[in-house]
Design a protein around this ligand. Structure first.
Ligand code: ARG
Length: 462
């Protein structure tokens, strides 16, 4: 019979070592150790309320579990020296060494099926808090940059062609909005994860009088799951987290992509600090934005984790199947990667140097004020579509002459339309183009200042 297993009883032969290794999850699910112990502590109290443990027994088990946690903190590699196939087996075996036979009572009515889902939710809850703090730190850095460079003008792009001038702060706050939505998505994912499956048993519920609401409350869950079959087979909460992670990293990747371009010699809108750039092994002059390229690349890997888990889940018959063990590595990697990327982009932004002159020069070239001129004619009662066509022709003329719109003589404008008067030149300045967009969501400084204030408030809001 297999020893060192939680399930050896009905087996006549020992496990093939190859199979043992194949199904071993300890190498990664050891990250659940603390969550597993939190779950077991609460379950011991539930068993006492159900009359399975006496008060003394429960106390002994509690002490034992805390010692296991303590031992593990002192010597994290201890876990790998035993024979356990997963973290749940490890904790039970380690507890047995502390409290003997009592450790074997702890699993009364519990299955690793409800246990592992509970552990994963406890783990994720903790990580979700840490990631929310990461998001808040990044939001603060973005707000600080927007405040510091509140009057800097940037050429805004569509189709990667210069389109209209905007405030650099307005551009930064666009990423701020994305991250606020990410934070909201994280909170929603966390609230859906905050439901307790423990007490569902292997599939059909528990025969012991476990007060599942009390058990859920004891662990800080908002409620107990409603259906035992769903509870042991549901990994939607992992998908929710992965989708959040994908969207967040997609945003960070787009931001990175912008900054990689803006940091290039061709743009030179920003300059990345040496401390977060790397060189080339061959070309001595190179300074490469590897930090941002890695964020862009890692986003791709995290997308893979979402698709992987969706694929693992799509063909599963009810209820628990060992396929579900494949939920963890992607999730753990996503957690580590999200936190790593958040810290990295924050460091890049904290040290980034802004080149307002380059941004302004680029905004002054490329007819970014052409729309203003169309609006000027609209002000003189010309239908917009007609004005648009006419200004297009004027832009063509100016570009033939190789000059900016503001350098064309009034006479030239008047040859296109008698509506042009000398006041047209006022509307052509970049500052003017920006300041006219003062309604909510626009790039005028008055509007952006309001947005920054609101943004600061939202960062602090729970
Ligand atoms: N390591 C397993 C997992 O991650 C724990 C649950 C095992 N349950 C079982 N019935 N074999 O899913």
């Amino acid at each position: 019979m297999s020893r060192n297993k939680l399930w050896g009883g009905r087996f006549a032969s020992d496990e093939d070592p190859y199979f043992a290794q194949f199904q071993d999850s300890l190498a990664f699910d050891r990250r659940l150790l603390e969550a597993d112990i939190i779950g077991s502590l609460a379950y011991a109290r539930a068993l006492e309320r159900a009359g399975i443990f006496t008060g003394r027994e429960r106390l002994a088990v509690e002490r034992g579990l805390r010692q296991v946690l303590e031992d593990n903190r002192r010597d994290p590699e201890m876990i790998t020296r035993g024979q356990a196939e997963d973290v749940h087996t490890f904790v039970e075996q380690a507890l047995k060494e502390k409290v003997g036979i009592l450790a074997l009572k702890l699993h009364t009515g519990r299955s690793r099926n409800d246990q592992v889902s509970t552990d994963l939710r406890i783990f994720l809850r903790q990580k979700e808090q840490e990631i929310e703090a990461d998001i808040n730190d990044l939001l603060d850095v973005i707000a600080g940059l927007a405040e510091k460079h509140s009057e800097v003008i940037l050429p805004g792009y569509t189709h990667m062609q210069r389109a209209q001038p905007v405030l650099f702060a307005h551009y930064l706050l666009a990423y701020g909005e994305m991250l606020l939505r990410d934070r909201q998505r994280l909170r929603e994912a966390a609230s859906r994860a905050n439901i307790c499956p423990l007490g569902s048993g292997a599939i059909s519920g528990t025969v012991y009088s476990i007060d599942r609401d009390a058990l859920a409350r004891d662990m800080g869950f908002s409620s107990a799951s409603q259906n035992s079959m769903d509870a042991v087979s549901d990994r939607d909460f992992v998908l929710d987290f992965l989708y959040f992670a994908c969207t967040l990293l997609m945003h960070l990747s787009r931001f990175s992509e912008d900054l990689i371009l803006y940091n290039s010699a061709e743009f030179s809108f920003v300059q990345m600090h040496d401390s977060v750039s790397s060189g080339s092994s061959l070309m001595p002059q190179k300074k490469n934005p590897d930090a941002l390229e890695l964020i862009r690349g890692k986003a791709g890997r995290i997308y893979g984790h979402l698709v992987s888990l969706l694929t693992v889940l799509k063909g599963l018959p009810m209820t628990y199947n060992k396929d579900l063990q494949e939920d963890k590595e992607g999730l753990f990697d996503a957690v580590t990667t999200v936190r790593g990327c958040m810290g990295m982009i924050r460091r890049v932004l904290e040290r980034i140097q802004i080149n307002p002159e380059r941004m302004r020069d680029a905004s002054a070239k490329g007819y970014l004020n052409a729309t203003e001129l169309a609006d000027y004619l609209v002000g003189k009662k010309m239908p917009f579509r007609e004005a648009h066509g006419l200004i297009g022709k004027i832009v063509m003329r100016a570009s033939e002459l190789g000059v900016a719109l503001e350098d064309l003589p009034l006479k030239e404008f008047q040859s296109f339309s008698p509506l042009f008067e000398s006041d047209l030149f006022q509307c052509l300045s970049l500052k003017k183009a920006i300041s006219r967009r003062r309604e909510r969501g626009g790039t005028a400084s008055s509007s952006v200042r309001r947005s920054i204030r609101l943004f600061r408030k939202q960062i602090r809001s729970r």
